[in-house]
Design a protein around this ligand. Sequence first.
Ligand SMILES: [Zn+2]
Length: 310
Amino acid sequence: MYENIDRSDLHQFGFDGARFKKAGRGELHGPCLWCGGKDRMVISKGMYWCRQCNKGGSLAKLLKEPLSFEEMERLRTISLAKEKRERDRIDREKTAKLKILNRDKPWVQFHKNLMDKPDILQQLEKDGITMKAVEFFQLGYVPKFRYWADGVEGFSPGIVFPIKNGKGMHNLRIRLLNITEGDKYRPFMSDVGAGFFKADFPDEDWVVIVEGEKKAIVCWLNGIPAVGIQGCWTFKEEWLPWFKKRYKQVFIALDPDPGGVAGAKRLAEMLHAPLIVLEGKPDDLFVQGKLTTPQFVSILSKSIYLLKRR
Ligand SMILES: [Zn+2]
């Protein structure tokens, strides 16, 4: 009984199913009713147990001997208060980190570094990123950036992409130059969360979402207003209202790799935006002369037609 339990079934045991996440091996992880550990409760194969307070047992038994309503409310209040304290602490840390970033302005030095690197500037130019973009977006260069890949420490030179938000700099993204496969981008500051890279035209009421800062810049240079995100799974629901308010029409042109397709579909549904599948990455297509601005605009406008017909 309750072997393959779904999140929506959890309420009958007193758990708040909406706050549970699917983990590997068919497990569900979420807040403990007893100690308030926010992801400590594991539910799997008809059993529940907390990795923090060790409370546990069979779901079938829990259903037969339910907690009283008062007991449940008491426990839930404790758990919510604990979670809120934890969230507030993380928010405070994030704010402090961003203050330091905006006070020290490390991107100024990184930008100077890049201006002293003709070979890197030349490479960027070949990749479609001209001096106009280097100056406009204050792109930079870091000679030795420490990063981890699969738990192993490494060092690499990197291109610095400043990520702005309304009030100041949100973070910097480092494009590692010695990595050719896997995730080439790293955040300059960890734990500040994802941000999006805005390369839009203030007068346009439409935008294309692309993967990564580099593509956003190349699109922008080719007259296409673009926003770069760091992979489709990083798009946050709290960004939705801003996108809806700012743009009349959003398009999604993410990388045509199998891993990205599922995430791209999710994003298309969230934004009610058409998904464009190009024959390659938009920046490469532009640089290789396989895509022109009018062609791209025409592909986009056809996609609206398809969206409306669906
Ligand atoms: Zn617990």
